[in-house]
Design a protein around this ligand. Structure first.
Ligand code: GLN
Length: 483
């Protein structure tokens, strides 16, 4: 039963083909069998079985919601009451959250079953899941390769059928990039669509949570629960949440698709380019109009992001001081020693690098030259998206410049690692929603197609993704050994 989609499982639960307890047990067994992936930081077995029992009762009473009884897991960046929330860091290795993130509350209210907390890059900083204090996650398509990051545990677990669906967060690509490298569907909603309350902050003006699933249909079901205004998050939007499943089957005749010429250059791997061309052809067959567009400021996205995100991170991470949360060094001699040794001993290298860059960029004398300039570029990039999306309904492009790379290949070369975000980062700077869907395989490794839409056009993206999944098999493929 674990091969099924959330939509199929929901039907099975309603028809009594299996119970939530049976389903939960099946996934828990699979999680144990495939511990080699290192996709979970914490498995909440007892709690999951209790939630499953409650869900079975609710199903029997006939007041179940679509996610009631469905086993899911949370990226370990979402606070979970009474359960360790590490954010992939040694500094929070002993942190038991005293409250639930809004997203977690919403899944609980919907009757979903939480199987545990998923591995991730430390504080969501990374593109390969190698910066986690808990070790690298392995890509089920090739155990020598990275699953992508920072939501690598989520992507690997969904791809290997260890969980029916998972949450991820995306600051510069962390939902879409691992979804692409693991061959699953990932959706980064519009900034402000999903509450950030209780989602440990990396770069607050960019962070956004979203679903990671096998299909667009499942992403619609999960987003339905996650989305909506939250009085506890001042940046959450009060725009009404539409019925995301209602428009999945709308025909795509006349859909205008823009292909930015800046995305399709010689830098893109030729086999990925050919895979994407074939995918775009499928849309042409469905009646879409394809148009080349230009977004001239995209080339400045990486330098702007790698100033803005570290600047915000350096401020957000100042709260981890050895006093209020998590790790504290032993025998501090005074307060300064307590701060510096606690942070020095418990933050990993990438996190330290970001704090240094961010602090430098924000310091008096450099603020105008770096931070302010990056903000101006951010504005230009947003304008590019506004202009393009006035001309076309959706923009399509690659998600990653290559398929999954080897563990260790880029971990000592931060610039190479940052360059792997080249197709995803601009979307966060603009705040628009985007998806990655499986578009094919190159040397038996998944390739993602990115679909970018206008602000709050998640329903359109899901429709465009779902229609592709009606005519292609890529989302149904499972890695060998994980069928
Ligand atoms: N790879 C990017 C970074 O390291 C994006 C990470 C993310 O989206 N959380 O910042």
């Amino acid at each position: 039963m674990y091969q099924q989609t959330i939509a199929q499982l929901a039907l099975g639960l309603r028809q009594g083909t299996f119970t939530s307890v049976e389903l939960t047990q099946a996934y828990l067994t699979r999680i144990k069998q495939h511990s080699e992936l290192n996709s979970f930081i914490t498995v909440t077995e007892e709690q999951a079985l209790q939630a499953a029992k409650a869900a079975d009762l609710r199903l029997a009473q006939g007041n179940a919601e679509p996610l009631t009884g469905i086993p899911l897991a949370q990226k370990d960046i979402f606070c979970t009451l009474g359960v360790k929330t590490s954010c992939g860091s040694k500094i929070l290795d002993n942190f038991i959250a005293p409250y639930n993130a809004t997203v977690v509350e919403k899944f609980n209210a919907a009757g979903a079953v939480m199987l545990g907390k998923l591995n991730m890059d430390e504080f969501a900083m990374g593109s390969s899941n190698e910066t986690s204090f808990y070790g690298a996650v392995k890509n089920p398509w090739d155990l020598n390769c990275v699953p992508g990051g920072s939501s690598g545990g989520s992507a690997a677990a969904v791809a290997a059928h260890l969980v029916a669906g998972a949450t991820g967060t995306d600051t510069g690509g962390s939902i879409r990039q691992p979804a692409a490298l693991c061959g699953i569907t990932g959706l980064k909603p519009t900034y402000g669509r999903v509450s950030r309350y209780g989602m440990i902050a990396y770069a607050s003006s960019l962070d956004q949570g979203g679903p990671m699933t096998r299909t667009a249909e499942d992403a619609a079901i999960m987003l339905q629960v996650m989305a909506g205004f939250d009085p506890k998050d001042s940046t959450s939007s009060d725009q009404a949440v539409p019925d995301y499943s209602a428009s999945l089957n709308a025909p795509l005749q006349g859909l205008k698709i823009g292909l930015p010429k800046e995305f399709f250059t010689a830098d893109l791997d030729s086999e990925i380019a050919a895979t994407l061309a074939a995918a775009i052809d499928e849309y042409r067959k469905m009646g879409a109009e394809i148009k080349e567009i230009s977004m001239p400021n995209l080339n400045m996205a990486i330098p702007a992001y790698y100033i803005i995100a570290p600047a915000e991170a350096s401020a957000n991470l100042s709260r981890f001081d050895g006093v209020r949360f998590g790790y504290r060094c032993s025998n501090p001699v005074d307060l300064t020693d307590l701060y510096t040794r606690s942070r020095g001993e418990a933050f990993g290298n990438e996190v330290k690098r970001r704090i240094l860059i961010g602090t430098y960029a924000l310091s008096a004398g450099y603020y105008d030259a770096y931070y302010l300039k990056a903000q101006k570029i951010r504005r230009l990039i947003s304008e590019d998206f506004k202009n393009a999306l006035a001309e076309v309904d959706v923009i399509m492009g690659p998600v990653t410049p290559s398929t999954a790379f080897a563990i260790g290949e880029k971990s000592n070369d931060p610039i190479q690692m940052y360059l792997s975000d080249i197709y995803t980062i601009a979307i966060n700077l603009a705040g628009v929603p985007a998806m990655s869907i499986p578009a094919g395989l190159v040397n038996n490794k998944p390739v993602g197609l990115q679909i970018i839409g206008n602000y709050f056009a998640e329903a359109k993206l899901l429709n465009v993704a779902h229609q592709f999944q009606q005519v292609t098999p890529w989302h149904q493929h499972s890695p060998k050994g994980f069928e």
